[in-house]
Design a protein around this ligand. Structure first.
Ligand code: PLP
Length: 376
């Protein structure tokens, strides 16, 4: 199998599992317990928090462990907005993950917030001038993703953060897809979401960074864990796994993936000049290549790739899997519904090789030709 769906999820790294194992077995304590078993667990949790904080360049008390990216996004958006008494206005973009868009919509429906949705250009980039115009005295939060899961486009978040700072508006960024390959330390945002299963930790663990002075209203109430920002007995093994996974991320891998990506894009577009690369050509995630193949059906291409070439990829976001609607992200970029239906996404990670991608590119050529003949 050639697995090219790393943006959906990836296997837990063996080294990460090794580091987690003691906390699922002998060191099974509850970090809140007042005996030595609990104290060992609390120390391990503090160590994991310190490692994630070091990696993000923040303080340990600015990390809230969550069940993943979705919860981190929910906590950032609802938590920050509901904790601020002034203003009821959120600014976001048209191509956010549903975890962000649905959280904003919840605020609109249940708390009377106004939501401004920034458009994107044909590369999936927001416009900083439009963002500047959208920020007002009542704006409670600006939330724009660092990198898009479907098209790989990387937004100018450092520049947007400069803008929001001058307007005294807190900014959150969903860095779920960017974590592991892009540098998250220099962004100067107020909140940032990451997810373990995109970077070699298991599913069910993630984290939200929230700048110390930014108040957050908890969404889950109970025993007051995570400094009362997220109650519930901590997922200790998961937190240790997340810390292990971040410590295994390697900046050299991003360079390698970018090289593989460029070669793959060149191979696919040379074989099929009619293929349309979706997303920004340069400002895109290193391990991300996405296309539309006009005259086909994305789902049919996927099926051929899997059945005939053992290549696993996706037609867009796994979170919208099963949906027969064209991708809202591609529609927001100005593509027609007909072309959006032909989208296929290839995303790769640390275990992907150049040979994998050469075989996959050949497979794509055959699959697209077969589907096109069928459609004709
Ligand atoms: N945000 C983005 C950009 C994503 O791609 C995903 C998952 O694919 C999420 C949030 C949700 O993360 P999780 O699966 O950890 O809930």
């Amino acid at each position: 199998m050639i697995y090219l769906d790393a943006a959906a999820t990836s296997a837990t790294r063996t080294e990460v599992l090794h580091e987690m194992w003691p906390y699922l077995t002998g060191e099974f304590g509850n970090p809140s317990s007042h005996h030595h078993v609990g104290e060992h667990a609390a120390r391990a949790l503090a160590g994991a928090r310190a490692q994630v904080a070091r990696w993000l360049g923040c303080r340990t008390n600015e990390i809230v462990f969550t069940s993943g990216g979705t919860e981190a996004d929910n906590l950032a958006i609802k938590g920050i907005c509901l904790a601020r008494p002034r203003g009821r206005h959120v600014v976001t973009s048209a191509i956010e993950h549903p975890a962000v868009l649905e959280s904003c919509d919840y605020l609109r429906r249940q708390h009377g917030f106004e939501v401004t949705i920034l458009g994107v250009d044909s590369d999936g980039m927001i416009d900083l001038d439009e963002a500047a115009k959208a920020l007002g005295p009542d704006t409670t939060l600006c939330t724009v993703m660092l990198a898009n899961n479907e098209i790989g486009t990387v937004q100018p978040i450092a520049e947007l953060a400069e803008l929001t700072r001058t307007r005294r508006v807190p900014i959150h960024t969903d860095a779920v897809q960017a974590a592991g390959t892009l540098d998250l330390r220099g962004l100067d945002v107020d909140a940032m979401s990451i997810s373990g299963h995109k970077i070699g930790a298991p599913k069910g663990i993630g984290a939200l960074y929230v700048r110390g002075r930014v108040p957050v209203e908890a969404l889950i109430h109970g025993g007051g864990q995570e400094r009362a920002r997220r109650s519930g007995t901590e997922n200790l093994a998961g937190a240790v796994g997340l810390a292990a996974a971040v410590s295994h991320t390697d900046p050299a891998d991003a360079e390698r993936l970018a090289g593989l990506r460029d070669e793959f894009i060149a191979d696919v577009t040379a074989a099929m000049p009619e293929a349309v690369l979706t997303g920004h050509r340069e400002r895109r995630l290193p391990g991300h290549a996405s296309f539309c193949f006009p005259g086909t059906s994305g789902e049919a291409v996927l099926l051929h790739l899997e059945q005939d070439h053992d290549v696993i990829c996706s037609s867009g976001s796994a979170c919208a899997a099963g949906s027969t609607e064209p991708s809202p992200v591609l529609l927001a970029m100005g593509l027609s519904a007909e072309v959006a239906h032909t989208a296929v996404r290839f995303t790769f990670g640390p275990t992907t090789t150049a040979d994998d991608l050469r075989s996959a590119a050949r497979g794509v050529g055959h699959a697209v030709a077969s589907v096109r003949n069928l459609v004709r």
